[in-house]
Design a protein around this ligand. Sequence first.
Ligand code: PHE
Length: 340
Amino acid sequence: MQDTDVKQQLEAELEKAADVNEVENIRVAYLGKKGYITELLKNLKDLKGEQKKEFGQKINILKAEADAKITERIELLKKQRIERMIEKSEQYDVTLPCTLEQGSYHPITLVQREVEEIFESMGFTVEDYSEIVDDYHCFEALNIPKHHPARDMQDTYYLDNGQLLKTHTSAAQNAIMRKYGAPLRAIFPGRCFRNESTDACHENTFFQMEGMMIDENISISNLIYFMKVMLSDVFKQDIKVRLRPGFFPFVEPGFELDINCLICGGKGCPSCKNSGWLELCPCGMIHPNVLKAGGIDTDKYTGFAFGLGLTRLAMMKYGIKDIRDLNSGNLKVLSQFENI
Ligand code: PHE
């Protein structure tokens, strides 16, 4: 085949490719070891001098163009897919047979990775922390002394040795402050547990993503800015949010950041307890007692913390109506998500 034919044929095939996998196959067919363009290069050995140089350059340009065209097509297909999902024309279907032979990532993993990437690009490090913690880290270090009524909201599962399954990712705040000191920017995703009766929007096991930023002159405006950037990046559309006062002993002032329910569009449905709003990201300015417990100089530093509900975020992003589907282990449901 002539190089001009190759170019035309590639363009025609890319035009027809309906998904990213097809485009990847085309990439192999053209740029792979035995691909059309790679084969063309083999003609070089029959040419000499100026001709050889000219032909070599031509093929290299063709290669670069092909690569750019392939990437462009992939980007376009991804964009179209996101648009389709946003239009909700592609909600998941619990009754669809599972046809995937290959494993797939859990929707929470997909959302977690996406949020991690967003925060990493803003200079946050990603930290890991145990699921089994002690009373001090889960409560006391967070300004929740024994017998404080705030503990009622966070009943959990206790081990015989007095340790417990962490009720929130805030349980890692103290250890991370002690590990890095100030200034500090960190996020720490994790599985949390609470003794809850389950329904469409409550589970005894769920995921959160905690974030902390501690530095000189950190204020509520910094907190709002980071939350807005993150939400618009995750949803790739403008999201209606509301901030209202919220009480958590480890922040002062504390807020509840709610987003407009994307499942019912704010009309009210079981997924949002019929309120049209979903508590997505409680947050606030870290209480001085908590900073002190973490060894931070409160005369010099302030900071904000947030506890993003990763499970809820995945539900909103993918239009999952019942939280219990996520822990069901039901592959019919779980294999329908992919990173878009
Ligand atoms: N840890 C709190 C919860 O799970 C959420 C939170 C985190 C609130 C950080 C404020 C700041 O209920």
